[in-house]
Design a protein around this ligand. Structure first.
Ligand SMILES: [Cu+2]
Length: 322
């Protein structure tokens, strides 16, 4: 018998003795003792957005990983997890991808198509094979999000490409510094965490979102997101899920218009809605989770892609009595 099992048996004996004694048993005492060994055990990584930088660990064990994403800044941020080819670091991505991306954006804003094409032509050949492993979705200032993904051992790069004054947060501020990017090494060691338990399942296909099981309610919700399909759109983005609070009749249309990074106001902070988190692109056939606390009101799942509303990637819903 393991030490842990012995400890559980010993605790059970104490609970039994307590139940037989003079002291009245508290209503949930026995339940708490019984639930502890078998309940889901998350492995939580705190990732903070401070100004236009990420603060988080550089090395973590592999397995189901829950990112507690704390937005301690005054801007909207997200944290997409890139899977670059072996040996490609955040610094190399910054030099070879983020720099031409910013040049392309500047050229788009000035209407110089030739310069746009020249910038895109500078991308490294591997850009078409850049993988994605999810990560926390858009989160408004001051909020905390929670997103869980399965991370295999390997080398990852986190990035945020929300814009401030037309500049992607992932763009280097100069002087050899990284923009909003973070190298993350995931080791062979297993974190041993359990897969989260969800109360609702959202399915993602190339035709849009569908809530296939469960119910969204007032209070904490853990949403399983099944990526049945994934796609590479011409704007270099794919299927993902973000959650907004729908504050008025224009929230969805305005957010849908904001979701195209190629436009001057696209992904420009501050955004038109309150973002509550979500999950970034995962490969087809895989799944992840995000957890959100909902107050009574109107909400919508929405994707970061050109005109998600026209493409089936907006799913409004309401919880509680309004
Ligand atoms: Cu950002």
């Amino acid at each position: 018998m393991s030490n842990r099992a012995q400890a559980v048996v010993a605790l059970a004996g104490i609970a039994l003795l307590a139940g037989c004694g003079d002291r009245p048993k508290m209503p949930d005492e026995a339940d708490a003792t019984a639930a502890a060994p078998s309940g889901p055990r998350p492995y939580v990584v705190e990732l903070r957005a401070v100004g236009k930088t990420f603060e988080g660990p550089g090395k973590i064990p592999s397995g189901w990983t829950t990112f507690r994403f704390v937005n301690a800044s005054s801007m909207i941020h997200f944290a997409i997890i890139d899977v670059p080819p072996d040996g490609v670091t955040a610094q190399e991505m910054s030099d070879t991808v983020m720099t031409p991306f910013q040049e392309a954006m500047d050229a788009m804003n000035s209407g110089d198509d030739e310069a746009v094409n020249a910038a895109f032509a500078r991308f490294p050949a591997w850009i078409a094979e850049l993988g994605r492993a999810g990560g926390p979705g858009f989160l408004s200032p001051g909020l905390t999000g929670q997103t869980t993904v399965y991370l295999e051992p390997g080398q990852y790069v986190l990035e945020c490409y929300v814009k401030s004054d037309g500049v992607f947060h992932s763009t280097s501020p100069g002087g050899g510094q990284l923009g909003m990017m973070l190298d993350l090494t995931v080791t062979e060691e297993a974190n041993g965490a359990s897969e989260p338990a969800a109360n609702a399942t959202l399915v993602v296909r190339n035709s849009g979102f569908e809530l296939t099981s469960g119910e969204l309610t007032v209070g904490p919700n853990t949403i399983r997101v099944d990526f049945l399909e994934q796609q590479a759109l011409p704007s270099f983005v794919g299927n993902d899920v973000h959650l907004i609070r729908v504050n008025d009749a224009d929230s969805i249309a305005e957010t849908s218009a904001w979701m195209d990074w190629r436009t001057r106001n696209g992904l420009e902070d501050p955004g038109p809605a309150t973002f509550l988190g979500g999950i970034n692109d995962l490969p087809a056939g895989t799944h992840g989770y995000f957890t959100v606390q909902l107050e009574p009101g109107d909400y919508a799942f929405i994707a970061e892609m050109p005109d998600p509303q026209a493409s089936g990637f907006v799913l409004p819903f309401s919880v509680g009595s309004i």
